[in-house]
Design a protein around this ligand. Structure first.
Ligand SMILES: [Zn+2]
Length: 265
């Protein structure tokens, strides 16, 4: 029986790759977008009730919403221009600022975004915030979380779970929250691969630029971000990232394309 399950597992994995519309890369996909979006709705609400949300009307919370919505609009337009006008129909964008010292931000599938107040002294301005949001939104829209979640579900023999069973499985929920950067209940962090990080930098720059933010700011911002790790443990959301030098060098390579999307009004 074990052997049969194992073979079944292999068949499921082999039949479950899909090519990403935007990156062109083939990704393991054991969870449906619908299931992921449902999980995200539940986990996002749960997170917001357990953490201190900075209310609308405060300068920083409004900035997060303003910048976030601009980047989200640019992402929508990018997909539409590439011939996928409905690709993000299940995205109902929400941007919340949460009071926490952590230098962190994340985006769940369906467009549920959180920025931690601890990030703002590092971003220092709206343009750098747009760079971070472009990066985090890319992880979600090009399915990096879905890919990592699928890999982990497969590794845990949970690849066949779907629908309500997935949302009700504590282990699957822990994997979800760990993958999306909410917390690491599930043992170690499940880091993005270097390939995923570079994709997030690449498209994140384009999205920020298309939203009207100068992508060249990214070099200064990532340099500031790199300095955060000096002499101590780097911020959690950096620990999984490529080396600072490699990132900044790649960002310079992506720059001409990103700048071509930048048309300040
Ligand atoms: Zn990242």
């Amino acid at each position: 029986m074990k052997r049969l399950l194992f073979l079944l597992g292999i068949v499921i994995v082999l039949n479950s790759c899909e090519r990403n519309a935007i990156t062109g890369r083939s990704q393991l996909s054991l969870v449906s977008d619908g299931d992921l979006t449902s999980m995200a709705l539940v986990q996002y609400k749960d997170f917001l009730t357990k953490n201190k949300v900075v209310p609308s009307g405060s300068k920083d919370a409004d900035m997060v919403k303003r910048v976030g919505n601009k980047v989200a609009e640019a992402v929508k337009k990018y997909y539409s221009d590439k011939g996928f006008p409905n690709a993000l129909d299940n995205y109902k964008w929400e941007f919340n600022l949460v009071d926490s010292k952590e230098i962190n931000a994340w985006c769940m599938p369906g467009g549920k975004v959180v920025v931690y107040t601890g990030l703002l002294p590092v971003t220092q301005n709206e343009t750098a915030l747009a760079i971070v949001l472009g990066h985090e939104i890319t992880h979600a829209v090009v399915g990096h979380g879905k890919e990592r979640m699928s890999q982990e579900l497969a590794a845990q023999g949970l690849g066949a779970l779907g629908g309500a069973a997935l949302g009700a499985d504590t282990k699957a929920v822990d994997i979800f929250n760990t993958v999306y950067g909410v917390g690491a209940n599930y043992g170690a962090l499940l880091p993005n691969s270097r390939k995923q990080e570079l994709e997030a930098d690449h498209f994140g720059l384009i999205f920020a630029a298309a939203a009207g933010y100068n992508p060249q700011t990214a070099v200064d911002f990532w340099t500031r971000m790199a300095a955060q790790g000096n002499g101590q443990k780097p911020p959690a959301f950096l620990s999984d990232h490529p080396s600072d030098e490699q990132r900044i060098q790649k960002i310079r390579e992506f720059m001409p394309e990103a700048v071509s999307y930048y048309h300040p009004k």
